[in-house]
Ligand binder design. Structure first.
Ligand code: ATP
Ligand code: MG
Length: 649
């Protein structure tokens, strides 16, 4: 144990932005929500459970007798798809649009709640005909099209457990996940559009299926129309098989704890874990948070600009908005196809009022320049969220000023695949938010920052982020590996959920995420966070993106090594730029944080959800062979970086 287990608190940020008055006055959640939830958190969650329509009401809100294996809403029975779709149709909202779909090539579709009900009823009948039963797992490997959502909900409707894999993953990654969760049916498409071109998916499924002996059926949605070989007796076209099914299907009620889906984590730090989410608690978590953190109103147009193959897509494209009966935008493509204003064009066109995206894409927009969003009407935006990584203060302020017309609150939402829904975030109508801070646990959630011994650190210090009470949308286990579940999350600190992230509490007790505990650097006895040094680098006008790692060093134990991407137009004058950036960090943070090396690179290695994979950069900094790259969004990035560093480009 080191003498000073806390993470040194280095970055100073003093700006804060109170909510606009009108939003505050009409907010879904007001400040008293914290008191109500603190007074009796089980009563708070019992009340949130009323968001759902139950076939049988639960008899107990939380059963923690077999901790850390939780049961929420015990005794309750319900159907997830009924809650997401049918009940809105029964309530007379059948004509309300559930999704405005915008394909990358510019094709569009409007899907109402009635349409959705028909589609998923057919899907449920089709899966049943293929022999899929409640409790079976179904793999989904799709582009961002409406059928992906139909497929997920069709599974949920019959109690089958879906397991969605990013459409960008290679055959091996797909096969490993299919085998790990035991799926026998795969739903895919011929292909999807990516950067203006059709990209095949079915061919990858065919390759994966050479290694998955148990898969007996594949359903293939026609999206691109590309040439697609079909295997007799195994493969069926969705439009031939599903569209011919009856649109009548009676949903069955399942236990509150019935498994809903498995999702593998991003794999930023290591081998992905199959995270299991169950029905009622998960639906409560994502519907409550989408309603509270985006201040969702009936006429809002909501857009989570993320991939469905990431947990953010599950919770905030599919289940949260649908359980709330909201209208969402679903966009297939990338932000720069066919032009760099595509997102802003979509917001302008559909009058999007609530936007949710990741810091990585915000930094990319900053790099492209603010004249691009300036060409569009973004005045409808009321609340904007950020998720996936710590948002650097500079990126936050830019997002708020340029996209949110200096008025729309930014909610920096901290959560994980494991937590199912947002845990720490400002409330848009209550919190005077500080750029770079996720602020406080939301009402109903108890989290803290603790030291090596598991004791709460005082304000002004850093340590480990923990969740101190169970919550409804928590993971129930790692699929097939209860021991790993207990080991990974519940063994480090007795009775507390260990998130794996470093964090600090500022003088007001507000929480700042500092990056992965695995990434914390120890330089001459000072424990430093990657996030703070990266934020200092991003605050330099020449820098668009930065990633920092600790590399072993003979004199200091570890040394700070920084990788930076320069902004468009910024001049790279070699050593002078490097010196300027090193000194900038020393000035902004402290001389002890001054990077030993700054390397200017063309790209950074990222997962499909936009997270920087620092372990790969550490391999470069320590001159090792590069580790596992299978969860990278772009597998050529590591080659590009090495070529640049060895004097190539
Ligand atoms: P693996 O666990 O396999 O390494 P992963 O942790 O990257 O993958 P996710 O569950 O998608 O997979 O990511 C959750 C992590 O993302 C959090 O633990 C945290 O490190 C980071 N994160 C998410 N939102 C925020 C946020 N608002 N601020 C800071 N960090 C965030
Ligand atoms: Mg993780």
């Amino acid at each position: 144990m080191s003498e000073n287990p806390a993470i040194d608190n280095l970055l100073h940020e003093t700006r804060s932005f109170p909510p606009p008055e009108e939003l505050a006055a009409n907010a879904n959640l007001k400040a008293d929500a914290y008191d109500e939830a603190d007074a009796d958190y089980e009563a708070w969650w019992a009340k949130q459970g009323e968001r759902l329509t139950w076939d049988t009401e639960p008899t107990q809100t939380l059963d923690w007798s077999n901790a850390p294996f939780a049961k929420w809403y015990s005794g309750g029975k319900l159907n997830a798809a009924y809650n997401a779709v049918d009940r809105h149709v029964e309530a007379g909202k059948g004509d309300k649009v559930a999704y405005y779909f915008e394909g990358e090539p510019g094709d569009t579709r409007e899907i109402t709640y009635s349409d959705l009900k028909d589609e998923i009823s057919r899907g449920a009948n089709a899966l049943t005909e293929l022999g899929v039963k409640a409790g079976d797992t179904v793999a989904i490997y799709m582009p961002m099209i409406p059928e992906t959502i139909f497929a997920m909900l069709s599974c949920a409707r019959i109690g089958a457990v879906h397991m969605v894999v990013f459409g960008g993953f290679a055959a091996d990654s797909l096969a490993t996940r299919i085998n790990d969760c035991g799926a026998k049916v795969v739903i895919t498409a011929d292909g999807g559009y990516r950067r203006g071109k059709p990209a095949g998916l079915k061919d990858t499924v065919d390759a994966a299926l050479e290694k998955t002996p148990d898969v007996h059926s594949v359903l293939v949605v026609r999206r691109t129309g590309q040439d697609t070989p079909m295997t007799d007796g195994r493969d069926r076209w969705w439009d031939e098989f599903v569209d011919g099914q009856s649109a009548e299907h009676t949903p069955e009620a399942f236990d509150a704890e019935h498994p809903l889906y498995i999702m593998y984590t991003s794999g930023t730090t290591g081998k992905p874990k199959g995270i299991l989410h169950t029905t009622a608690g998960y639906l409560v978590g994502c519907s409550y948070t989408q309603w509270a953190l985006f201040d969702l109103k009936d006429d809002d147009i909501y857009w989570t600009a993320a991939d469905v193959g990431w947990v953010t897509g599950h919770s905030y494209i599919v289940y949260g908005p649908l359980v709330n009966g909201a209208t969402s935008v679903l966009y297939e493509g990338t932000p720069d196809t066919p032009h760099q204003g595509r997102w802003w064009e979509i917001i302008d066109k559909y009058k999007v009022s609530l936007l949710y995206c990741a810091p990585t894409v915000i930094r990319m927009f900053m790099k492209w320049g603010e004249e691009i969003p300036a060409k569009y009407d973004l005045s409808t935006l009321r609340v904007m969220g950020s998720v996936g990584e710590p948002i650097n203060p500079e990126a936050y302020v830019w997002y708020r000023r340029v996209i949110g017309h200096d008025n729309a609150p930014v909610v920096d939402t901290w959560w994980q695949t494991e937590t199912g829904s947002v845990m720490i975030s400002p409330l848009p109508g209550v919190t005077a938010a500080k750029p770079g801070s996720a602020m406080r646990p939301i009402p109903g959630i108890s989290a803290d920052v603790v030291d090596e011994r598991g004791e709460s650190v005082p304000n002004g210090s850093g340590g480990y982020l923990v969740v101190t009470k169970p919550w409804p949308s928590m993971l129930r286990t790692i699929w097939g590996d209860d021991d790993r579940y207990v080991d990974t999350y519940w063994s480090r600190f007795d009775g507390k959920y260990f998130a794996g992230d470093g964090a600090k509490k500022d003088e007001d007790g507000d929480i700042w995420l500092l990056g992965r505990v695995d990434d914390v650097m120890n330089v001459s006895g000072h424990r430093m966070s990657t996030t703070e040094i990266e934020s200092a680098l991003v605050s330099h006008p020449k820098v668009a993106e930065a990633a920092v790692v600790g590399a072993s060093d003979e004199t200091t134990g570890q040394a700070v090594v920084a990788f930076v991407i320069l902004r468009g137009g910024a001049e790279d004058d070699g050593d002078a730029t490097v010196q300027e950036l090193r000194n900038h960090v020393a000035r902004e943070i402290s001389p002890i944080a001054k990077p030993r090396q700054v390397m200017v690179v063309p790209e950074l290695p990222k997962t499909r959800s936009g997270k920087i994979m620092r372990r790969l950069l550490q391999d470069i900094a320590e001159k090792r062979d590069i580790g596992d790259v299978t969860t990278l969004a772009d597998s050529t990035v590591m080659d590009q970086i090495q070529k640049k560093l060895t004097g190539g480009a």
